[in-house]
Design a protein around this ligand. Structure first.
Ligand SMILES: NC(=O)c1ccc[n+]([C@@H]2O[C@H](COP(=O)([O-])OP(=O)(O)OC[C@H]3O[C@@H](n4cnc5c(N)ncnc54)[C@H](O)[C@@H]3O)[C@@H](O)[C@H]2O)c1
Length: 335
C-alpha cells in the first residue's frame, strides 16, 4: 500500500509538533505545509525539503497528492476550513476543540458521513499513556466507586486571541473525564473572569455532575505562577493522583480512604485508612504521535479513530453548556 499524502495547515505554536509526528510516520508522506504567515514556514523548508510550503490554503485543495489534512489553525477557523477540506473529498484531523458550537460539529459530522471520509478531533490526551493507564485502573474498579475528580491545568499564558481559557485548556480535561468515565455529564456549571485583557476570560472553573453522582471539577488558567497539570481522583476504595509534570511517577495510587462505622459506635463514626502508595509502570510513547498514527490507521483501514468526531462533538457540547452557564452568571445548565 502506498503512503498516505498529508498536508498540515497552520504552522504556529502547535503545528510544528503535528508536522514532526506526520513526517515520522512511515505510512505518511508529508506533502505540504500551509500557513498564511509564510515567514513561519522557513524552518519547514530546511527540515523537510520534499514538503511543499504555501501560504495559500486553496493550493492544498488543488494538490491531488493530498489525501488528508491536519488542521492546526485558530479555533474560530476550524469549521469553515474543515468544511472545505471534507467537501473536497479529503480526510481531516481537526485540532481540539472540533468547532465553536455543537451545530457546527454536527454539520461536519454529517458532511464526513456523506463523503465517507474520516473526521477526527485532536484530543491528544486520549493517546497519553498515563491517561490510558488510569482508564484501565478505573475499568478494573481499582478505586471502587468514584466520588470526585479534581483537575488543575494552570500556568502563565499562552493567551488566545479568539477563545477564552475554558475553550482553550478546558477541552483537555473534559476529554480526559469523558474518556475515563465513558459518559457525558448531566449538568455543567462554569465561572470565569478576565483580569488582563478585559474581554476574554483568563481564569475559569468548571463543575460537572456525571451519572452516578460523580462530581468533576476543573480549574483552568492562563494566570498562574506555576504550571500544574494535575488530577486527583477519589474513590470509595482508593484514590489516585495523575501529575503530568512528574517526569517519573505520573500516576500514584493511594490506598487511602475513610469508612463510616455502624451507628452503634457513637459519636466518632469514621475510620480513616492510610496504606501504601503505588506507582504503576507507564510506557513513554508520545501522545501526539499516537494521535496522528490513529488518524492514518483509520484512513488506511477504513475504521473509526478513538478520538472520533462524535467524541469531539461531546466535548463541544460540554464547552457550549459551560459558555451558557457563564452567560447566566454561573447557573447549572443541563446537557
Ligand atoms: N492538542 C494539544 O495539546 C494542543 C496544544 C496547543 C494548541 N492546540 C490547538 O491547535 C490549534 C492551533 O493552536 P496554536 O496555539 O498553534 O495557534 P497559533 O495561533 O500559534 O497558530 C495558528 C496558525 O494558523 C495560521 N492560520 C490561520 N488561519 C489560516 C488559514 N486560513 N490558512 C493557513 N494558515 C492559517 C496562523 O497564521 C498561525 O500561524 C488550536 O485549535 C489549538 O486549540 C492543541
Amino acid at each position: 500500500m502506498s503512503k498516505t499524502g498529508v498536508a498540515v495547515v497552520g504552522y504556529g505554536y502547535w503545528g510544528p509538533n503535528l508536522v514532526r509526528s506526520i513526517a515520522d510516520n512511515p505510512d505518511c508522506d508529508l506533502v505540504m505545509v500551509c500557513d498564511k504567515r509564510t515567514d513561519r514556514l522557513a524552518p519547514v523548508k530546511n527540515r523537510y525539503p520534499s514538503a511543499r510550503c504555501t501560504g495559500n490554503f486553496e493550493e492544498v485543495l488543488w494538490n491531488p497528492s493530498v489525501e488528508a489534512v491536519v488542521l492546526a489553525t485558530p479555533v474560530s477557523s476550524h469549521f469553515p476550513l474543515a468544511q472545505r477540506i471534507l467537501s473536497s473529498g479529503r480526510h481531516v484531523l481537526v485540532e481540539k476543540p472540533l468547532s465553536t458550537s455543537s451545530r457546527e460539529a454536527r454539520a461536519l459530522l454529517s458532511l464526513a458521513q456523506k463523503k465517507r471520509r474520516v473526521l477526527m478531533a485532536g484530543h491528544t490526551f486520549v493517546y497519553s499513556p498515563p491517561v490510558r493507564k488510569v482508564k484501565e485502573l478505573l475499568k478494573r474498579g481499582v478505586l471502587g466507586k468514584i466520588y470526585t475528580m479534581d483537575f488543575s491545568r494552570v500556568n502563565l499564558g499562552l493567551f488566545q486571541p479568539d477563545v477564552n481559557v475554558l475553550w482553550d485548556l478546558g477541552p483537555h480535561d473534559i476529554s480526559i473525564a469523558l474518556y475515563w468515565l465513558g459518559k457525558v455529564p448531566l449538568t455543567v456549571r462554569a465561572e470565569a473572569k478576565t483580569f488582563v485583557q478585559g474581554k476574554i476570560e483568563e481564569v475559569g472553573y468548571l463543575s460537572m455532575e456525571f451519572p452516578g453522582g460523580i462530581w468533576v471539577r476543573n480549574h483552568v488558567s492562563w494566570l498562574a505562577p506555576v504550571k500544574l497539570r494535575r488530577v486527583s481522583v477519589v474513590g470509595s476504595r482508593q484514590m489516585l493522583v495523575y501529575d503530568d509534570t512528574d517526569p517519573v511517577e505520573k500516576v500514584k495510587i493511594y490506598n487511602r480512604g475513610v469508612l463510616k462505622n455502624p451507628e452503634t459506635f457513637g459519636e466518632f463514626q469514621l475510620t480513616y485508612r492510610s496504606g501504601d502508595i503505588y506507582s504503576p509502570r507507564i510506557s513513554s510513547e508520545e501522545p501526539l504521535y499516537g494521535e496522528c498514527a490513529d488518524f492514518i490507521r483509520a484512513i488506511r483501514a477504513g475504521r473509526k479513530p478513538e478520538s472520533d468526531a462524535h467524541f469531539g462533538l461531546q466535548v463541544v457540547r460540554v464547552l457550549e453548556a459551560a459558555q451558557k452557564s457563564l452567560k447566566q452568571g454561573g447557573k447549572i445548565v443541563r446537557l
